[in-house]
Design a protein around this ligand. Structure first.
Ligand SMILES: Nc1nc2c(ncn2[C@@H]2O[C@H](COP(=O)(O)OP(=O)(O)OP(=O)(O)O)[C@@H](O)[C@H]2O)c(=O)[nH]1
Ligand SMILES: [Mg+2]
Length: 207
């Protein structure tokens, strides 16, 4: 079946979401939960890319998307990455054509919160120049931890003024607190970016 793609060959109905952040902040666990699974309290292996369908039900109630003409068979393709430093030279291979970067930190790790700005945002915006073409959101994970930082946002203040910043959510994959809010934000910011990029990048038919 012929499907529409942009001039770089990316399907026009696919929101590409790449999840990044320091090692062990809970990225893979979050993706398991977004897929409908649960958290494995032992270390989790990197997940293969997977698709999540965006149904009309999912979009209902998202004000920013009301009245917008959406492509048929709209879906999100999620990409998990590993945060270890020795992966720094390979991780960027996931970045081209990304619509939304989900920059994660653990609210129980001060270093990972500081690294939202110092490590992840720096690399994505300035080294690989993905922003402003891609949007990004920041996610504070493990908010169930009794020692969780309450006001992480003040630590990474600068990113919130950057073009492409779509919002900040705190959540716990373990208790599922904040997961619905996060899902909605991913759909909203990801789809908005896709629509804008489709408009700018034009399209062609792929067999
Ligand atoms: N308390 C708590 N622990 C969590 C939560 N999510 C994940 N964890 C634990 O945190 C550890 C690391 O989780 P992962 O999902 O493997 O972390 P990651 O960010 O994918 O790590 P890398 O792939 O190494 O970059 C695991 O032991 C998880 O069980 C959460 O919401 N709350
Ligand atoms: Mg992982």
């Amino acid at each position: 079946m012929a499907k529409e793609s942009n001039k770089n060959g990316k399907p026009k109905n696919e929101v590409k979401v790449v999840v990044v952040g320091d090692a062990a902040v809970g990225k893979t666990s979050l993706l398991s939960v977004l897929m409908g699974g649960s958290v494995d309290l032992n270390h989790v292996e990197q997940m293969e890319p997977f698709d999540s369908i965006i149904s009309p039900e999912n979009v209902k109630g998202i004000k920013a998307l009301e009245g917008k003409k959406l492509p048929d068979h709209l879906h999100i393709r999620y990409y998990d990455t590993r945060g270890r430093r020795d992966e720094d030279n390979f991780r960027w291979l996931y970045y081209p054509q990304t619509n939304l970067f989900v920059i994660c930190c653990s609210l129980s790790s001060k270093e990972s919160i500081e690294n939202v700005e110092n490590r992840w945002f720096e690399v994505i915006r300035y080294k690989y120049k993905m922003i402003p073409f891609a949007s990004f959101i920041v996610v504070g994970l493990k908010c169930d931890d009794p020692n969780a930082e309450k006001d992480a946002r003040k630590v990474f203040k600068t990113v919130t003024y950057s073009p492409g910043f779509g919002g900040y959510v705190q959540c716990s994959s373990l208790t599922q607190q904040g997961i619905m809010e996060l899902k909605e934000l991913i759909i909203q910011v990801g789809v908005e970016n896709l629509l804008e990029r489709n408009k700018k990048e034009g399209c062609c038919l792929m067999q």
